[in-house]
Design a protein around this ligand. Structure first.
Ligand code: FES
Ligand code: FE2
Length: 381
């Protein structure tokens, strides 16, 4: 984030403190409950948003060197993402060209090749067939044509995106729509992976994202966890194409009022929540980043799973540092898993019963929430 952005955002907060306001919409929004329950809509979302669009699969630091790979099965398409000898990240369908056995599971590092566990065909990290045992028994099979099926990849700002279905190249500028400046300045290429947790919930995947999009609930639901840290009922909201940025200022931000503008560090005095369209919630905390990748689960509208990935600026080298990051992780889990999600699951249960109201209401003080749900509704037409 550029210094001018630090300054501009800080000034918006100071104006809100003076005027006892927050970023607001001109009117409330009524939102149909069916967006969280309709099976047809859900199937459309799975196809249009989770297959045809590029999805953030990981940060670059998870593929640190040639041969590093991860697998991803969250979109219904089995993906194998690997860094090649040339340093380039590539994505392949995770299926052998002989009889489609999976070539890899989990994540790790291959020395030179992926060797299929079934009959030992092997493939380079660039996807080329390297060895076909008993090749004399495959007369007429063109080995040049036995490349793994490749999918478009884009890597920039320390992030890796893959389009699970289709061959169209990924254009980052079209996707990020002005967020590049913020992302470039965070230097995610220098970050280190600390921990990943998988979390399963009985909620529609969009309702999971809604959880992150307003601070109106902090004073009640998070009274003892994060409410003491943040200014109450205050957010800054900005849209970047279909992505959004929402800032929650920390109470400490008032310390900046006594310092020269050139020293204002807005990131240090806030939590910045980005929704990277369609399904990634990126939270830039003062000194670390949380990536929440959220997916529909089990092919049913009211189930979701997600990965909470914790990234830190330096590798852990002492017990003290480990205790610090563990305490951070613990606060996140107590806040979101113990406080937010039980409430969300309760709401989803009510929606599914079909007995409640047909619409819920987003207050004027919930601009990011209204924007996110509107954007999702428009995506399906
Ligand atoms: S399925 Fe891979 S070698 Fe046979
Ligand atoms: Fe919350």
């Amino acid at each position: 984030m550029r210094q001018q952005t630090h300054t501009a955002l800080s000034k918006r907060v100071f104006a809100h403190i003076r005027n006892k306001t927050t970023d607001r919409r001109p009117q409330v929004n009524h939102h149909a409950v069916s967006h969280y329950t309709c099976p047809q809509r859900f199937q459309q979302e799975r196809r249009k948003l989770f297959r045809e669009l590029p999805i953030l699969v990981t940060l670059s630091c998870q593929l640190p060197s040639p041969g590093s790979f991860i697998t991803d099965d969250n979109t219904g398409v089995p993906l194998l993402i690997v860094r090649g000898d040339d340093g380039k990240a590539r994505a392949f369908i995770n299926a052998c060209q002989h009889r489609s056995a999976r070539l890899a599971d989990g994540q790790g590092r291959v020395k030179r090749r992926f060797t299929c566990p079934y009959h030992a065909w092997s493939f380079t990290t660039a996807g080329q067939l390297a060895q076909l045992p008993h090749s004399a028994d495959f007369t007429g099979v063109d080995q040049q044509n036995c490349r793994l099926q490749e999918r478009p990849v884009a890597e920039a700002y320390g992030m890796i995106w893959v389009r699970p279905e289709g061959d169209a190249a990924i254009h980052m500028a079209d996707m990020l729509c002005g967020l590049e400046d913020d992302l470039a300045h965070f230097n995610f290429t220098d970050y280190h992976h600390y921990e990943t947790r998988r979390i399963d919930v009985a909620m529609n995947w969009k309702l999971v994202i809604d959880t992150f999009l307003e601070p109106y609930h902090f004073a009640t639901l998070h009274r003892t966890t994060v409410a003491p840290i943040f200014l109450p009922n205050m957010c800054l909201f900005d849209a970047f194409g279909r992505n959004l940025r929402e800032a929650f200022p920390r109470r400490t931000i008032t310390e900046l009022m006594d310092k020269p503008e050139a020293e204002w560090d807005f990131v240090y005095h806030s939590a910045l929540v980005y929704v990277l369209y369609p399904n990634t919630v990126f939270v830039m905390q003062a000194d670390h980043a949380e990536v929440w990748r959220i997916f529909p689960s089990k092919d049913v509208v009211d189930q979701a799973h997600m990965y909470l990935e914790f990234y830190i600026p330096e590798p852990v080298q002492s017990d003290k540092a480990k205790a610090h990051w563990d305490a951070n992780m613990d606060l996140v889990c107590r806040t979101v898993l113990d406080e937010d999600f039980p409430v969300g699951e309760g709401a989803q249960k009510g929606f599914m019963s079909g007995t409640g109201r047909s619409h819920i209401v987003f207050g004027q003080n919930e601009p990011a929430l209204a924007f996110f749900e509107e954007t999702m509704a428009q995506a399906l037409g």
